[in-house]
Design a binder for this molecule. Structure first.
Ligand code: BYC
Length: 313
């Protein structure tokens, strides 16, 4: 097969909804696109543990603490499945972490905002996991097999996370006036960053065209954002919280909510590293990665001695 035919056969394979597996031939651009997206996703899961981890010692009850611990542990697990999926594309875990530390690899902008009160934990579960699962439900059908299979399991857990966040928000929003005010403050601060998680508008999204062509992405950024808005606005109404957007309105004709403009300057600033917590998040990751070096060395030594694959840490 000459190389043109190879590309054509690859595209036909994708178009017929077959999954690409690690040992299949794939164009380099497809491989690199997946490494970028999957590793960005993995880094987001792991860095995303930080804003919530901040509240483990201050959870308001033992029940709340147990749930939060389990949820954060789930996010760490998601990171591990996704790093493993990225490694099947011929990049090592060390290289992936090095790309995060050098700033070459991104992670989701939303994790560069602080968690100021307990309601923020509810807002993260409800809005951030809610946005994530809206995106990830579509990614279950992504064309790269290991990524798609990781998404199946992740989605089951994320939808549970979304509900635990909504439970916290519902309790606070219908509690004392002070609790209600904390819940409203949390939605005021997390609503727009959650919408930005979906990425720039489609006409300003350089990766979308290849992403859709290769079925790595199964829907555009705007379509997914709209799905999230349409299902979340009524949830806010049920618990008496106001969406912080004076231009929000229901369009009877399109049967969708319309929103005001998103502050893309803020988005680009945060992605560039100038958000409220970027430097804190990276410093924390670098510090604890260095502290964990002895665990990785011990695992590698054990594996060498027992002739097994190193335990992934
Ligand atoms: N933040 O052409 P575009 C979780 C970048 S964590 C930062 O639209 P694409 C959780 C984008 O990378 C789940 N950067 O790109 C964990 C690109 O730059 P590069 C997180 C962003 O890839 C703990 C440029 O902007 N979910 O659930 O077609 C606690 C242009 O964008 C962002 C995922 O990671 C952003 N928000 O579409 C709680 C989902 N948006 O790479 C919860 C997987 C865009 O060219 N990722 N950029 O330098 C995706 O689905 C896609 O990568 C995106 C962007 C929709 C995010």
């Amino acid at each position: 097969m000459n190389s043109d035919n190879r590309f054509e056969a690859f595209q036909q394979y994708i178009d017929s909804e077959e999954k690409i597996e690690p040992k299949d031939w794939m164009p380099d651009e497809y491989r690199l696109h997946n490494i970028r997206q999957i590793s960005q996703h993995a880094h987001s899961e792991v860095i995303g543990m930080q804003p919530e981890g901040n509240w483990i010692t201050r959870a308001p009850s033992l029940r709340a603490k147990k749930i939060l611990l389990a949820k954060i542990q789930d996010e760490g697990g998601h990171g591990l499945y996704l790093y493993s999926a990225a490694e099947t594309l011929g990049i090592t875990r060390d290289e992936l972490i090095e790309q995060l530390h050098s700033g070459k690899a991104k992670y989701s902008s939303v994790f560069n905002y602080p968690t100021l009160n307990w309601a923020d934990i509810g807002a993260i579960g409800w809005l951030v996991d809610g946005a994530a699962v809206t995106n990830q439900l579509s990614l279950r059908r992504t064309s790269y097999g290991p990524y798609s299979r990781a998404m199946m399991r992740i989605c089951n857990e994320e939808s549970f996370h979304q509900r635990q966040g909504y439970e916290i928000m519902a309790k606070m929003a219908t509690g004392t006036p002070e609790q209600h005010a904390m819940a409203q403050s949390a939605i005021d601060r997390w609503w727009w960053p959650a919408l930005m998680m979906f990425g720039p508008h489609d006409n300003d999204s350089p990766r979308t065209s290849n992403g859709l062509r290769w079925k790595i992405k199964r829907a555009g950024n705007d379509e997914l954002r709209q799905r999230f808005i349409d299902k979340t606005v009524p949830q806010a109404e049920v618990i008496g919280l106001k969406i912080p957007d004076p231009r929000l309105r229901w369009n009877e004709e399109t049967q969708h909510y319309e929103i005001g403009p998103i502050n893309w300057d803020e988005f680009h600033r945060v992605v560039r590293g100038e958000g409220p917590c970027n430097s804190q998040r990276m410093a924390h990751h670098k510090h604890w990665h260095a502290e964990g070096a002895w665990v990785r060395e011990a695992a590698a030594a054990y594996a060498a001695r027992h002739n097994t694959n190193p335990v992934r840490v």
